[in-house]
Design a protein around this ligand. Structure first.
Ligand code: ADP
Ligand code: MG
Length: 353
């Protein structure tokens, strides 16, 4: 435990993951039905036969979203999607959600209705039912907590801690776009603040802005994998950036990894926006976050099957732990992966903090 002289531990020294570890260390699962507790994308509960998978995420105004550029309808949609993504990352299928909100009197009924329009749209798209929640007033901003509940057969669930040496590392879609979308929105917000007469210039940035404001969860990939008879050996969704999630898989599984920079999928629109912002597109993919793509490993024997599925990139392989966690750069250098994903208590000047 990190303590200073005054017997007070700063959360920023502990970090988000350190705090979760601290909470986890005091937790003991006593009920036979509690199959998996803290430490994966979702908790797993045995409901007598099928397994029930539960995940909760909280979104706080000023921390996770800014209503200056995030329409409430999009926010409602995204709040649901980020939770469903955690259920898919367990290889389970979501069926129910609960939505809890804390609102200040700054908000009108129309505003809350706009938010719920987004919630219902996501429910319709992902075939889940809104079955409850809670409503409270809030002293300041808007707070949202969504819980998603999904189901899977016992032998279908996929955890983070079961990757093995020689497994192939796969990632869906493309990475880094959501982070760059956020940079564009933040830039236009500050331009507007300085001079409200200047209209935001979002031209040419449609794709990356959509990735930030309206992410989708990869249900399609879960289906394709099933159809092709592939069960990943481990899986996680990419909410904090590729590096951070890969480190989660490797640490939990007791392995190392080697990935290749030139294999990391980055959309041309992301490359061009990264150049505009003087950012390195690979760094955005590794550390940007909010892509909500899936990162998973499969057995080497599944190579041919996985190659046939559209929108999956093979980016490297799992190694033994002693090899460490590395990325081979385009220049041929090996660099160690570090978790520079979004850590809630570290102030690195990131606009999301
Ligand atoms: P994700 O990014 O997939 O949503 P998190 O990093 O938020 O996952 O959480 C990792 C694990 O820690 C999950 O099992 C989650 O349920 C658990 N967790 C996070 N915060 C708390 C908390 N305050 N109390 C208990 N468990 C928590
Ligand atoms: Mg997750």
């Amino acid at each position: 435990m990190l303590e200073n002289k005054n017997n007070r531990t700063e959360l920023r020294d502990l970090g988000e993951f350190g705090l979760i570890e601290q909470i986890k260390s005091r937790t003991e699962l006593k009920n036979a039905g509690s199959v998996k507790g803290i430490g994966d994308d979702a908790a797993v509960i045995d409901c007598g036969g099928k397994l029930c998978v539960v995940s909760t995420d909280m979104l706080v105004e000023g921390v996770h979203f800014d209503l200056a550029y995030c329409p409430l309808r999009h926010l409602g949609y995204k709040a649901v999607v980020v939770n469903l993504s955690d259920i898919f990352a367990m290889n389970a299928v979501p069926q129910q959600i609960t939505v809890s909100i804390g609102v200040s009197n700054r908000f009108s009924l129309e505003a809350i209705e706009a938010f719920y329009e987004g919630v219902y749209l996501a429910c319709e798209h992902y075939e889940v039912d809104l079955v409850g929640g809670d409503t409270s007033s809030s002293a300041g901003g808007f707070i949202i907590s969504v819980t998603a509940i999904g189901y899977a057969e016992k032998d279908q669930l996929v955890y983070r801690d079961t990757a093995a040496e020689h497994d192939l590392i796969c990632v869906t879609g493309d990475l880094g776009a959501a982070y760059l979308g956020l940079q564009v929105l933040e830039r236009e917000k500050s331009v507007y603040k300085d001079n409200p007469r200047i209209q935001p210039d979002l031209s040419g940035y449609d794709y990356i802005i959509e990735r930030q404001l309206k992410p989708e969860a990869r249900w399609d990939i879960i289906e394709r994998l099933k159809e092709n008879g592939i069960k990943p050996t481990s899986m996680i969704d990419i909410s904090d950036g590729l590096a951070s999630e890969l480190i989660h898989i490797c640490r939990a599984s007791g392995t190392g990894c080697a990935i290749y920079e030139d294999k990391i999928p980055v959309d041309p629109a992301t490359h061009s926006a990264a150049a505009d912002f003087n950012l390195n597109a690979t760094v955005c993919a590794l550390s940007g976050g909010e892509d909500y793509e899936l990162l998973f490993t499969v057995k080497l024997a599944d190579l041919e099957k996985i190659k046939k599925i559209k929108d999956i990139s093979l980016i490297g392989h799992i190694t033994e732990k002693a090899q460490g966690m590395f990325m081979v750069t385009d220049a041929g250098a090996s660099v160690q992966l570090t978790a520079q994903g979004w850590d809630a208590f570290l102030n690195k000047g990131d606009p999301r903090e």
